[in-house]
Design a protein. Sequence first.
Lengths: 351, 351
Amino acid sequence: MWVTNCHNGSGRPLDIRKRYSGVERPLFILILSNSDTAAIPGISGAGSTEDYIQYTPAADAEIVSNGKLKTIGVMPNAPSGAVTPAVLTRAGLNLSQSAHLLINSGLKIVPGVPYYDLRTKHGSDIRFAPAVPDAYSIQKAAKKLAACCDCDLAVIGETIPGGTTTALCVLRALGFTANVSSSFATNPIALKEKVVREAMRRASINPGNLRNDPMRAIELFGDPMMPCAVGLTEGFLRSGKEVILAGGTQMGAVAAALRALDVSTDLVIATTKYVFDDRAARFVKLVNALDVDAFSADPGFSKSSVDALQKYEQGEVKEGVGAGGAMTLAYIRGYSQEAYRREVEAVIKRL
Amino acid sequence: MWVTNCHNGSGRPLDIRKRYSGVERPLFILILSNSDTAAIPGISGAGSTEDYIQYTPAADAEIVSNGKLKTIGVMPNAPSGAVTPAVLTRAGLNLSQSAHLLINSGLKIVPGVPYYDLRTKHGSDIRFAPAVPDAYSIQKAAKKLAACCDCDLAVIGETIPGGTTTALCVLRALGFTANVSSSFATNPIALKEKVVREAMRRASINPGNLRNDPMRAIELFGDPMMPCAVGLTEGFLRSGKEVILAGGTQMGAVAAALRALDVSTDLVIATTKYVFDDRAARFVKLVNALDVDAFSADPGFSKSSVDALQKYEQGEVKEGVGAGGAMTLAYIRGYSQEAYRREVEAVIKRL
């Protein structure tokens, strides 16, 4: 088993392949967003240089949709040379033959492939202004959209640089002490904490103050990805569809908001083993506190000769673009770790 | 019966309410497009002045989605003062409580409400250049989108100024002698014929030459709405969903393309009585030639004291924004003509 159920909030043992054996029409949804928080120097490794960070969601979208770049001129790889997780996602969707839907929830730079456009602005720098003034209308529009989507399982991923810092701030406002992950091998925790402190001081909010008002926490401290993921999840669950939140600590913040909104259904987060096993992020502590199931997907990159994949084993990138969720889809469809790794390598060759 | 089945290609009698009595999740889809053909002076009445014609699809989208304008500054009414058919559509969706999805298939000016963006360019002036170079990729993307839409009946409408002229040219290339409708009370037929002649001369195509290659006809002479409507219809029919093409002669051109693509399923066009009864457009002749069902919806505006609706009775506007299809949805749900007319008047008051 290369995708394992490492925590089960409800206490029941869980066979992932069995649980999803009835799935016929999975839909992979990728939320694309930008924020000015990502422009804080040193905060994000989601781009080869800081100049290119804001291009990353659009570039990821083109790779997921198209298998290669179309209009964006720069590969969204990490400064270390680690390949973008969009490649991992594309491989999972290829194998599982899943349909996908891209959602523009506040992009500054748009991809050249089709997407659903929520017509909203990118997020502000949380140190200086409310992050997402449109949080409520994004949530509402996403809920409506979910009601129109034909699927029995929605896997929801994201690509927004700087997203772990906004996740940290939302988690703090909701009263969680958990830490978050980083696309850098060395997590710039001190910088993130400083940004969070400044944002909370600006808004005169102390940790835990907003534990009963998660949409306000997102409005003040989050990013435009979050209300979209919250609304989609609410919409899908309401219409009896299953949801997997595909991501690490950012989806932890989304799950925390959903819990605070009284969504009591079993929630599931699928992530990579790189986030799951990351001591700095304390991901397991967070999912325990949230009482959610978490799946950990191991792509087996230690056996790959491709340097851009080996970097993941050294702690670079770790997760993003819903990679862990896309791997889970391939796993559910019966593919082995080796078949998956080979598909990732094939996607890289075609880039 | 204020919505009647006036032609039945298959020869069977048809009770519209009965035929659609099993519909539980109708989805109204509105395709939004622009083209440079619309900028030919005198060709389109879809805007209060020629300067504002290209704003009409975005304004219509805001009214359908929002009940009023949001970011567009000018009401998309006709020069005569007749109200935009977006109002008729909104009323039908309000009563029938139908979900809706907007699709941007080549807009020059975008609305401030959410839509699915096919990421394609507006149509060219057919006199000077191929109309829709991306026709095939639009068709393909629309087919994919249809596969992700949850509904049992898709009602597909459009808002693209100048669309009857491109419809005329596509019909001619496919070998039909039929004429088309106009948003003006007096149809500028001579001008349309002149544009069509120039376009066909430019491409060295004679009437009927493309009867076996409808996508090429759309590529050369159509507009970006058409490949989207074609692809959506193919996608929905393939997944066992019912489709109503909501419009007049423009949807006639779409149906003609579908027939030429060997789509042999029963096709249905729902339009207003203003198009259906329009002698200049010879709509009935076209639907007979295409062997499609046609529904004619009479909103009962002769009984309205609102001048902007009375204009419809005088031959202004006639149809657009899928109005006839939205009326059909209200009719299927059991609403009377009077209830519908009152809802239209209520929508106008709230504008």
